[in-house]
Design a protein around this ligand. Structure first.
Ligand code: HEM
Length: 484
């Protein structure tokens, strides 16, 4: 560290304490708010020492663009955490993968096979089906007078949507897998002791962290093995049965089918193992579940807090549907205001406030300062999207601000999905599924708070884990809409 300081012009930052560096500066329930406050003192790029690690934080659109565009390749890698190494088959292969051949191959496969327009179109039919069954569930609760736990409902539908895309319909192991995945969420903050002192490998054992992680990994691996075996069996039956008919696209291949087909037909590079394939599936579940459910939950929170915005959104969807009983994909494109609501929620409550950290491969200059090779680089998307110099009245929920905005013009200041070659590949999939679910909630029901609470009494307490979520469950009362 002394060597780094002597030779380099590191960005400014708060004073460091011996051994722990700046860890005390982040001790807060809300690290995203702490970092934004530090930016006010130290400027748009600052340096933190978290135990052994050099952490560079950037909080301006221009510097974020330098990371994701000007120096894209240099920052295209990820730091490694103990959790990702143990659980994700030695390193994770997409979200947390270091930059390299394996990541490039697997990301390409996922982009082409899961997120292509054609596939997302097929998945949309599945999303429609899930949307309808959610509506029926809520109608039953409304008839019985039970309030709806929106938090659980949305997490469950987000999980079903991603896992149906990955494993197909009626996967018996889904519940078990999701329970294990949820356990992994809490081991992945990157701020755990073994991650802050990576050179002290013994810490992973003393703290008991490795043991806990290995237990979860065994659970996940066993469940994934069962799922893969069932898929292989089904593929064999399909091959043997010349009369096997694919009845509709929902019956078609899911992602596990696709990956297994590519593997057995030799279309995948030899170095891609079954463990890599299993890790890809976990990556997608991890990347796609809590993010989408968090945004939908915050959107509902802000809608009940702003009844006039809720009313406007409901008028839009009810006018567009004109008495129809079921929402279809083609209806969604007639809901521009709903799309603005989702964008505004992504701006104000990004599920990944710091995106996913980057790792600097080489020493480079950023904003006139030196970023040493091996630094962890955090793009503070939360601070950028709450910056009053980028967004007028940035702390207020105003979906109208996106009216007529060409998104290319705000590409550096609207970054909930990140940018550059590590940008989120699930944008299309995520946006479609969120629009579908929210349109259903707004079309079929009127919503109010239980116990006669007023809109301004809705709590907006945040909890910071793998994603920025509500601290307390959102519970609302639904009244079914009387169709025209
Ligand atoms: C509200 C929805 C979502 C948000 C806000 C979101 C946000 C993000 C962010 C910030 C990153 C890191 C980007 C960077 O480093 O620049 C990311 C990466 C990723 N996301 Fe998403 N995501 C969402 C939905 C999804 C969905 C639905 C999926 C898949 C089903 C998904 C899969 C991934 C994957 C695989 C990566 C890793 C990309 C890589 O490192 O190459 N995400 N996402």
């Amino acid at each position: 560290q002394r060597k780094i300081r002597a030779g380099y012009n590191l960005p400014p930052g708060p004073p460091k304490l011996p051994i722990i560096g700046n860890m005390h500066n982040l001790r807060s329930e809300h690290p995203h708010r702490r970092l934004a406050a530090l930016a006010k003192t130290y400027g748009p790029i600052f340096h933190l020492k978290l135990s052994e690690l050099n952490v560079i934080v950037v909080t301006s659109p221009a510097l974020a663009a330098e990371v994701t565009r000007t120096h894209d390749l240099n920052f295209a890698s990820r730091p490694q955490f103990l959790g990702t190494k143990v659980i994700f088959y030695d390193g994770g292969y997409i979200v947390f993968a270091p930059y390299g051949k394996l990541w490039t191959q697997l990301r390409r496969i996922v982009t082409v096979e899961l997120f292509s327009h054609k596939r997302v179109k097929n998945f949309v039919l599945m999303m429609e089906e899930e949307g309808h069954s959610m509506v029926e569930k809520i109608k039953n609760m409304a008839i019985n007078g039970s309030p709806v736990n929106i938090t659980n409902l949305l997490l469950s539908i987000a999980n079903t949507t991603v896992s149906r895309a990955a494993f197909g319909k009626d996967c018996a192991q889904n519940e078990r897998l999701f329970t294990a995945v949820k356990k992994t969420f809490k081991y992945m903050s990157g701020f755990d002791l073994p991650d802050l002192y990576p050179s002290l490998t013994v810490l992973a054992d003393i703290s008991g962290m490795r043991r806990k992680l290995e237990r979860v990994r065994r659970e996940l691996d066993g469940t994934l093995n069962e799922i893969f075996e069932e898929h292989m069996e089904r593929a064999k039956r399909k091959d043997k049965d010349a009369n096997y008919i694919v009845h509709d696209v929902l019956d078609d291949e899911d992602l596990v089918d696709v990956l297994l087909r590519l593997k057995t037909s030799g279309e995948l590079e030899d170095f891609i193992t079954m463990d890599n394939i299993k890790a890809v599936i976990l990556d997608l579940i991890l990347g796609g579940t809590e993010t989408t459910s968090a945004i939908m939950e915050w959107a509902m929170t802000d809608l009940v807090r702003h009844p006039e915005i809720m009313r406007k959104a409901q008028e839009e969807v009810r006018k567009a549907l004109n008495g129809k009983r079921k929402i279809e994909e083609k209806d969604i494109s007639n809901l521009p205001y709903l799309n603005m609501i989702i964008k505004e929620t992504l701006r104000m409550r990004p599920p990944a406030p710091f995106l996913v950290p980057r790792h600097s491969l080489e020493t480079v200059k950023l904003g006139g300062y030196t970023v040493p090779a091996g630094s962890r680089v955090i793009i503070d998307a939360w601070a950028i999207m709450r910056d009053n110099t980028c967004w007028d009245d940035a702390d207020s929920f105003k979906p109208e601000r996106f009216e007529g905005v060409d998104m290319a013009d705000v590409r550096d200041s609207f970054i909930p999905f990140g940018g550059g070659r590590r940008v989120c590949p699930g944008i299309n999939f995520g946006m479609r599924s969120m629009e579908n679910v929210l349109a259903n909630l707004l079309y079929h029901f009127d919503w109010k708070l239980p116990g006669g609470k007023r809109p301004e009494e809705v709590d907006v307490e945040e909890a910071f884990g793998l994603s920025l979520v509500r601290k307390n469950d959102l519970v609302l009362v639904a009244t079914p809409y009387k169709y025209i």
